[in-house]
Every structure is written in structure tokens, then in C-alpha cells.
Design a protein around this ligand. Structure first.
Ligand code: SF4
Ligand code: SF4
Length: 439
């Protein structure tokens, strides 16, 4: 069978063997959880509980504040102790609701929903605080509400999980394929799309076979096999691989009639509709040579990363770098007193040998970064211009189209940290665009 794919990209070792055989296990909810009121892209939610309030698993603790925002719910039953600023994955501090777990495990779910009405289904997804669980954390109800002039005919469930080490989506799709499919049916209903595809990388052949067998008589939804290549799960690349449609520069998937949702988000949608369950826990892959016992754990949001690591036998002596997410696009964290959130797909610990050193060399003009870039950019310019503080010039070289996938840096023989310079360049270019707009 021909494998679907996109142009360019890279082939990093996937290291999935470390955790792929580990079935999902529930991580016991800790005595205290620290639940950030903003776990999504968009405006922070507003706390609706106060010190001393009693909550249950699923109780709303912070409410949406704008169009692009998401509700936040308690992941334990217990008592609100405080609302304090805690460290976040981004290195700053932000408000979190601190809840002492009473161990009673009482639930506060919504009623199961038995409706096919699009508006009712979207409202349920909003109420339950769903966000993109592949790491992007964009509020799901917004993605499911394209403007009327954007007709969606294709839904793609992203089961690529192309980041090395991560196997949380793999285990979820393998252990609960029906839930992924039911979630996809809900999205199809909401979008009014005629076709749905579940895109699965070829390194998850067993998942593909399972999905394919379940869907063999389904004329709307189909499992498709993708080439194992990075970044196969990036939205624009996935859309091209499955439909051969090209999202225009600066455009969105809806511009080509497509909506992409992660497989874990599909399961969350199914649980929100079928069981009235808000999103307050997620599967996290804990892996890497720097961790003693790699695992796939169902973790309550607000659980501290250090407790999850300890549960997995702690760090090895060689552990050097902890990354939340995968090694290509994840964020390296300096402290472990930060909580697992809706977007924490993995905790990956690399050893000294695997970590790239600070020093890098001059560009040798080999062009490998250009050959690897799936967005057809010229990545070497961004770092060359950044080194001489000419960040604004990067706009001409389409830096805003860069999705920070890291493919260019991965292949660079001079180990040039291109993405670090891209991040700075984007901030400077955005500021410049705003300045021009204000004139
Ligand atoms: S320039 Fe951006 S999009 Fe292109 S490979 Fe590098 S990080 Fe990825
Ligand atoms: S891969 Fe590295 S060394 Fe080669 S052209 Fe790109 S930035 Fe320069």
C-alpha cells in the first residue's frame, strides 16, 4: 500500500520502543493539585471558586473569558486552599487553583447528552473545556465553528504522533479505537463534513489495522496510513498528505475545507458527550534514556511533573534535560515543580550525551536546512540575520510561515540553533507589524 506523505521533512529515530509496550495506567491523584487557570491558547479563564470552596472531580473552577478561551475544571474532589501564582512551562508565573484532595473521588459531571444538534454539541464541548491535546491547546469549540463562508467537507483525525518518544496517542488509539471513532463521528456531525480520515503513521501498523477493521463498512470515515516522517502530524503537512490540498501561506486549514483534530481530543469529545465528563486528565508519555521506568500514565491536571517522574522510578544519573512534549517541538524546563496540563503530551528526559551543547559553528552553506524545511523556507537566513541583529529582515524570508518544527536544526551539521533565532525574529517582526499598523 502506498503511504501518504508530504514533501521534505526529516527522519529522526523515533525511540518509541521505550514506552510503546506500556499500557495506560492511572497515576493516583496527588494530595494537592495546582491547576492553572490558563491551559490553552487564548485569553486566560476567570476563576469562579474561592478559598474554602468544596469541589468535586469535574467541577468548573475557571470560566472562559472570550471567544478564544477554555473552561477549566477540578481534577480531584476536595477543598480549594488558595489561588496563587505558580511556575509555568514558559518560565513565567501564572495563577493556579490549589486544591487539597479529600480522596473521596466524588464526581461532578454534566448529564450525558443525546443530541445530534450541532449547536448543542458545540456548547457541550465548550462547557467541558476541550482543547487540542496534541500540544497546541487551541480551544476545540472555536476550531469547530468556522465562519459560514468556510465550508468544511473533510475532517482529519490526527493520529500521526510524529514526535519521537511519544506514545500516548498510540496507546489511546490501540486501547480505545472505538472512542476515537465515536469522537470523530461527533466532529463530523458538528462540521457537516462528508468525509473523515484517521491518519496513522506506519510505525503504528497495529493501530491502523484495528481502525481499518472497525471501519471496513463505513462509507464516511476511513483509516489511512501515513509514511513515518517528521513533522507528519503538523496540520498543513497532514492535510497535504491526506488530501493533496495546500493550505496557503498565512492561511488556515478551513481555507481548504479541512478541520484537523487530535485523536486524544476526539476521545475527550466522546467522553464529554456520552458521559458529560469535562477535560481534567490526560495520558502522558514519560520516556527517554534519562528516566528509570518509561510509562504511559493517565494523569490528573495539576499534578506536579516531579511527582510523575518520581512515580516512574525517578531520573537516571545521566539525566540532563527534561522536556514537556516531544524533543522536536517540546519545551525544555528548568524546574519540575510545574503542573501537568491539558497540553502535556509527554515528559521526555534526555541524557548528557543526547543533549546538544550550547556552542555551534559557522554556516557552511550546505543547504541541508533548505532541503529539510517542509514549509519551503530558507532557514539559514534567520540565524544569519539574527546574529547581526537584522531580525526584521527575516519577514522578507517568510519567517512568519515557520512552524518551529525544528527539522532544519535537526539536520544542520553546524548544530546551528535556528529555531531559537526564529522565535526571537517572530516576536520582533510581530512588534514591527503592530507598529506599522498603529501609524
Ligand atoms: S524553518 Fe521553520 S518550518 Fe522550516 S524546518 Fe525550520 S523550524 Fe521547520
Ligand atoms: S544546514 Fe546549517 S550549515 Fe547548512 S546551510 Fe543550513 S544553517 Fe548553514
Amino acid at each position: 500500500m502506498a503511504l501518504l506523505t508530504f514533501k521534505k521533512g526529516v527522519h529522526p529515530h523515533d525511540h518509541k520502543e521505550l514506552s510503546k509496550e506500556s499500557p495506560i495506567q492511572r497515576f493516583p491523584a496527588p494530595k494537592t493539585v495546582y491547576i492553572p487557570v490558563c491551559q490553552h491558547l487564548g485569553s486566560p479563564s476567570q476563576p469562579v471558586v474561592a478559598k474554602g470552596d468544596r469541589v468535586k472531580k469535574g467541577t468548573l473552577i475557571a470560566k472562559v473569558t472570550g471567544f478564544v478561551s477554555a473552561n477549566v475544571h477540578s481534577s480531584v474532589s476536595g477543598t480549594v486552599k488558595d489561588i496563587v501564582d505558580i511556575p509555568t512551562v514558559f518560565g513565567n508565573r501564572a495563577p493556579a487553583v490549589v486544591i487539597e484532595n479529600d480522596g473521596l473521588d466524588e464526581k461532578d459531571y454534566l448529564s450525558p447528552l443525546n443530541s445530534e444538534d450541532r449547536a448543542v454539541l458545540i456548547e457541550r464541548i465548550k462547557e467541558c473545556g476541550l482543547v487540542g491535546m496534541g500540544g497546541a491547546t487551541f480551544p476545540t469549540q472555536v476550531k469547530l465553528s468556522p465562519p459560514p463562508d468556510k465550508k468544511i467537507d473533510i475532517l482529519i483525525i490526527n493520529g500521526a504522533e510524529c514526535e519521537p518518544y511519544l506514545t500516548s496517542d498510540y496507546r489511546l488509539m490501540l486501547e480505545s479505537p472505538e472512542s476515537v471513532i465515536e469522537g470523530a463521528r461527533i466532529f463530523l456531525k458538528i462540521l457537516g463534513a462528508q468525509k473523515g480520515y484517521i491518519g496513522i503513521e506506519a510505525n503504528k501498523q497495529d493501530v491502523y489495522e484495528k481502525m481499518d477493521a472497525i471501519l471496513k463498512d463505513n462509507s464516511v470515515l476511513k483509516a489511512v496510513l501515513l509514511k513515518t516522517k517528521y513533522p507528519q502530524g503538523a496540520e498543513k503537512q497532514l492535510i497535504y498528505a491526506v488530501t493533496k490540498r495546500k493550505v496557503p501561506a498565512g492561511g488556515l486549514p478551513m481555507d481548504v475545507g479541512v478541520v484537523v483534530q487530535n485523536s486524544a481530543t476526539a476521545v475527550a469529545a466522546y467522553e464529554a458527550v456520552k458521559a458529560g465528563k469535562p477535560l481534567f486528565e490526560r495520558i502522558v508519555t514519560v520516556s527517554g534514556s534519562g528516566i528509570n521506568k518509561p510509562a504511559n500514565l493517565l494523569v490528573s491536571t495539576g499534578t506536579l511533573v516531579k511527582d510523575v517522574i518520581e512515580h516512574c522510578g525517578g531520573l537516571t544519573e545521566e539525566a540532563a534535560k527534561v522536556i514537556l512534549g516531544g524533543p522536536m517541538m517540546g519545551i525544555s524546563v528548568a524546574e519540575l515543580d510545574i503542573p501537568v496540563t491539558k497540553g502535556t503530551s509527554g515528559i521526555v528526559v534526555l541524557t548528557d550525551k543526547e543533549v546538544q551543547k550550547e556552542e555551534y559553528e559557522a554556516c557552511i552553506r550546505c543547504g541541508k536546512c533548505v532541503d529539510a524545511c517542509p514549509m519551503n523556507l530558507s532557514p539559514f537566513h534567520y540565524i544569519a540575520l539574527g546574529e547581526v541583529k537584522q531580525y526584521i529582515e527575516c519577514e522578507k524570508w517568510r519567517v512568519m510561515d515557520c512552524m518551529e518544527c525544528g527539522s532544519c536544526a535537526y539536520v544542520c551539521p553546524a548544530k546551528r540553533p535556528i529555531v531559537q533565532f526564529v522565535k526571537i525574529a517572530k516576536q520582533k517582526v510581530l512588534a514591527e507589524i503592530r507598529r506599522r499598523g498603529a501609524k
